[in-house]
Design a binder for this molecule. Structure first.
Ligand code: ADP
Length: 474
């Protein structure tokens, strides 16, 4: 079965968040299961790309409205990621350093999708499935089924996965000319609230859409930035598949990015040594519980609640704990987190930037990982925390609800709270500090967490079944 995955990010080529982790892992596991899965990304001028060898396998030019652009398809030579990786390079459009936030983002991602479709069309390829991830690849199902020039590919099933339903990539109808020879009698499929909405168009046109957790499928009906009605109407075509993690990349027994290796069989001294390394680096004290946060500093993640929750917890609990933040995002949140540094030396620290290696050390060296998310389609951080024996403290939403059981419930291992509020976070932090005093229970929970299997072995199979149900039977 030949499957093409399309999306804006793929670890380790270009990562901003969890989308990259999924697109960098799911195809690998699918290949291990015997599929021919490949990833097609825009070309990014980044370290991975500079350090690997690529062959040009296709060269062409195509139209973006009235503008003709040249593009080439580059194939990574050594299969370094465990699947075929293709990059679409188009000087001036698809050759950037960063993944997002360019003023011509609409043109950038439309060019990416058109070049992909032209490539497979002109090179006479007929994949069994085209799997699109988030709105950056969301126009492909519409173009495939409703643009005359791709009619050869009309029967190819498309799967669309929603990693984040808050972002739609919407743009005005004045740019409809970028989409080639479309059948305007079905132009309404592109529309939502008077604009072209790639996320909505993908949900309407794809063969089947998936969300990255079962609970998120439900939540989109009440919280999806204006698409709630759409998700109610299209409910029957959606499936929730909880993300897995790449247990080869995220493996405390084999992780070159941490200070000391450990496993479920022998958690200490390895885990304790990681905590020590972390505390030394950030001036914290290793004999107190260490609660960390990793993630984008945005309201979606509840990061705006952190500054007050940090200072209140530290004031109320009389500095009985350490708190560490790794993140980057909204400037006002960064400023507030920075201002707290002077008030709470030796018990609080923050690294306001992006650092993949440090994230591994934090997952391995922390006692608890806090996730006060308002919206969490799946959340991977809690799954990494579990794998590294770190108790997740999560708000009960989306994928957090689907993957964390409170430790006071049968077979539980985490700490859950209901509201994205400073009050609820502080109560949860207090429960964490109490739990930390009970060494025997903490040890048991660590073993239990590290014995859980959230690897892609589980979820990759669900996608394969979905693909099989969509491929026309001969
Ligand atoms: P989202 O994709 O919404 O940001 P996820 O939980 O799905 O959230 O994935 C977040 C991923 O990004 C995880 O791999 C996490 O470790 C990583 N990450 C987020 N912020 C940082 C950061 N500042 N430094 C390093 N890794 C980060």
């Amino acid at each position: 079965m030949r499957v093409y995955h399309l999306g804006a990010e793929c670890y380790p080529v270009a990562k901003v968040g969890g989308l990259a982790d999924v697109v960098g892992a799911l195809p690998k596991y699918q290949c291990q299961a015997g599929l021919q899965a490949a990833v097609v990304l825009p070309y990014y001028n980044r370290q991975f790309v500079r350090e690997h060898q690529f062959d040009v396998v296709f060269v062409a030019s195509t139209l973006l409205g009235h503008r003709r652009f040249d593009f080439e398809i580059l194939k990574e030579r050594d299969n370094a990621l465990g699947f075929e990786l293709y990059l679409i390079r188009a000087p001036g459009l698809l050759d950037r350093e960063n993944v997002y936030s360019y003023p011509d983002e609409t043109e950038q991602f439309i060019a990416y999708q058109l070049a992909f479709l032209d490539w497979i069309n002109w090179s006479q390829q007929t994949p069994d499935i085209i799997h699109c991830h988030d709105h950056h690849a969301g126009l492909i199902p519409f173009l495939l089924y409703h643009s005359v020039i791709y009619k050869r590919l009309k029967h190819v099933p498309t799967v669309f996965t929603i990693h984040n339903g808050q972002y739609h990539g919407a743009f005005g109808w004045d740019k409809v000319g970028y989409l080639p020879e479309i059948d305007m009698t079905v132009g309404g499929l592109l529309d939502w609230n008077g604009g072209i909405n790639p996320l909505a168009a993908a949900v309407k046109c794809c063969s089947k859409f998936t969300t990255v957790s079962p609970s998120y499928l439900e939540e989109l009906k009440v919280q999806s930035n204006g698409l709630e009605h759409l998700f109610e109407m299209e409910e029957g075509r959606g499936v929730g598949v909880l993300n897995g993690i790449d247990s080869q990349v995220w493996d405390p027994a084999n992780d070159a990015m941490i200070a000391a290796k450990f496993s479920a069989k022998k958690i200490d001294p390895g885990k304790a040594q990681n905590k020590l390394a972390l505390c030394e680096r950030f001036g914290l004290s290793p004999d107190k519980p260490l609660i960390s946060f990793i993630g984008r500093l945005v309201t979606e993640k509840g990061a705006d609640l952190l500054p007050e929750a940090v200072s209140r917890s530290l004031n109320e609990l009389g500095d009985q704990l350490n708190i560490l933040v790794l993140g980057t995002g909204d400037i006002y949140i960064q400023d507030e987190l920075r201002h707290l540094l002077d008030a709470h030396p030796n018990v609080y620290n923050a690294y306001l930037g992006y650092d993949e290696k440090l994230s591994h050390l934090i997952y391995s060296g922390s006692d608890f990982l806090l996730m006060p998310s308002r919206v969490e389609p799946c959340g991977l951080n809690q799954l990494y925390a579990l794998r590294y024996g770190t108790v997740p403290i999560v708000r009960s939403t989306g994928g957090l609800k689907d993957s964390v059981i409170d430790f006071e419930q049968p077979d539980g291992y985490g700490i859950r709270f209901e509201e994205a509020s400073v009050d609820d976070i502080c109560v949860a932090v207090k429960r964490a500090v109490e739990l930390y005093q009970n060494t025997a229970q903490l040890e048991l929970l660590r073993k239990r967490m590290m014995g859980l299997d959230f690897s892609w072995d589980q979820s990759a199979g669900q996608y394969i079944q979905l693909y099989q149900s969509l491929i026309p039977k001969l």
